[in-house]
Design a protein around this ligand. Sequence first.
Ligand SMILES: Cc1cc2nc3c(=O)[nH]c(=O)nc-3n(C[C@H](O)[C@H](O)[C@H](O)COP(=O)(O)OP(=O)(O)OC[C@H]3O[C@@H](n4cnc5c(N)ncnc54)[C@H](O)[C@@H]3O)c2cc1C
Length: 444
Amino acid sequence: MKNYSIWKDNIKLTDFQVLDKDIETDILIIGGGITGISILYQLKNTKLNTILVDQGKIGLQTTANSIGKLTFLQNDLLDKIRNSFGDEIGKKYLESQINAINMVISIIRKEKIKCDLIKVPSILYTNNINEIEKIKDLKRFLEKCNIRVNLESTSLIESKYMIKVDDTYIFNPLKYIYGLARKLNNIYENTKIKKIIKKDKYYLCYSNKSIIKAKNVVIASHYPYFNLPFIFPIKATLEKSYLSASKYLGNDISLISYSNPFISIRTYLDYLIYLSNSHSINKDCDDKNNFNELIKKINDLNLRPNYLWSNIDIITNDGLPYIGKIDNNMFIATGYNTWGLATSTLASTIIKDLVLNKDNQYVSLFDPKRENLWKIMGGFGAIYKSLSGYISGFTKNKDKKKCTHMGCPLIYNEIENTWDCPCHGSRFDVDGKVIMSPANKDIK
Ligand SMILES: Cc1cc2nc3c(=O)[nH]c(=O)nc-3n(C[C@H](O)[C@H](O)[C@H](O)COP(=O)(O)OP(=O)(O)OC[C@H]3O[C@@H](n4cnc5c(N)ncnc54)[C@H](O)[C@@H]3O)c2cc1C
């Protein structure tokens, strides 16, 4: 059994150079996940000199640990957005996701990227009687937006109600990133930005090996490793999920539960990938127990895990991502609510248009400084939930190894052999090396 994601076994990674000399540039992109690489791709034919740095190897963090679906049927997220903002905004978000998927598909075709892309319908189901009406309402809403929705059934899982939509895909996200990156210049690996200082019209960005003087900075580091001017922790929480890949012979399928319990399933070559046990990172953080529960679920399907891994994504309180300008000549794209594989491409076009001072229909929808801060913060409930989790993380584990980000006690994840932070999602390998931000210092 392998304790890393299946995507990492199916690819030969390309190495990119370290940036070890001081440099001046029009745009610096910090982070080489799907967001950063997509932004670099969009900017390649502009006159602006753009460079991208990643603290480690590109693509290996959140993107390489995802389940690799390109779909607009995203569990209960659309309903969360409709509840926060109403049906008009819900419709706009839905259209944005369909556009984003089409953009990724046209990039794959144009650049001839071999990333095991398969067109497969997306199925949404529930086994929870209380959710049937919610899916029926979602079906009506999708139909009102001119999307064809069919009822569906499958013997793979137990379900009380199931719908299906077409024009969605599954792919290998790591092959996609490397396929795109090989067509691009100015990518630097093992170059970690540790500090950013604003000086006159420039940002001075200090890496471990150099100083980058940039007119514009794009934060594509997933969790923004700095808090100001963007007070991130009160605008979002982090959610961890557990995944397995097991040998499986069956037709291609892409399935997702509506909400409770959250389950996502897809096939990849002759494997079935199964995601479950999602939880807010400061609650239920017994990784071993979560992996054991996942294994039990796949054993019930008569499968055994060949791969086990976990992943963390950023969940915003109102359900919409944060994409856009956060300060003069500083931009961000994050908070995709576990649906960043296509949204990151949409983000890349928004950031490009903002940098070039062009209009873009999605600027106000995803504005990271959007108004109604109270709603964004989710009111007292969300603040209490977030703070109480951190405080209990600190007190329960106070004798453990400490995270170098904000000193939160780390928890040992004995399946993946990592030290994981239950406050902000940083992860360290057994030697104390950072493998997941926001921490940017190793443990001594
Ligand atoms: C369990 C799970 C399943 C998912 N499945 C799907 C799915 O099926 N479909 C979908 O659309 N989305 C999915 N997602 C969401 C998706 O994976 C993410 O939204 C997306 O990968 C985020 O990409 P990113 O580039 O923003 O972040 P990342 O991939 O994490 O990239 C950030 C990069 O920044 C670098 N970095 C960080 N700090 C620094 C620094 N200081 N200096 C330099 N570099 C730095 C890191 O090394 C990293 O490479 C899933 C998420 C989870 C948790």
